[in-house]
Write a protein that binds this ligand. Structure first.
Ligand code: TYC
Length: 120
């Protein structure tokens, strides 16, 4: 059974205002930026400060002063950021840090978190 069109309304499926109709304008970049992920370091009571500084220099390409700054931030606040990378790179770095910590029997924890840039 068909539904009669209401008076003063366009037939179903026909739009009478311009919303969504017209020439499509490309406003997005053609090459989409990859999602990025933060690598976070967590504080604990046992991992030596020197070890954390070494990890930041070795796997996150930090100069000594920056590595010290990040380590102290994590020590005082509980968590801190080592860098922002694509998923694969972030996962690789977390693995490297966790392997190194395990080898030295330190409880250091490292994790990733999606970087919210409002683009997705
Ligand atoms: N809190 C540790 C200590 O006092 C140092 C530390 C800093 C450990 C940062 C982990 O991610 C960390 N030895």
């Amino acid at each position: 059974m068909s539904v009669p069109n209401q008076p003063n309304k366009p037939p179903i499926g026909v739009d009478d205002d311009d919303a969504g109709i017209g020439v499509a304008v490309k406003s997005r970049q053609k090459t989409k930026k990859p999602a990025m992920y933060k690598v976070l370091l967590l504080n604990d009571d046992y991992t030596p400060m020197e070890f954390v500084i070494h990890v930041l220099e070795k796997y996150f390409d930090k100069q000594n002063d920056e590595a010290v700054r990040i380590m102290l931030h994590v020590h005082q606040k509980g968590v801190g950021m080592c860098g922002v990378y694509t998923y694969e790179v972030a996962e690789t770095k977390v693995g490297q840090v966790m392997d190194m910590a395990r080898q030295h029997q330190h409880p250091l924890q490292c994790t990733i978190e999606k970087d919210g840039d409002g683009d997705d």
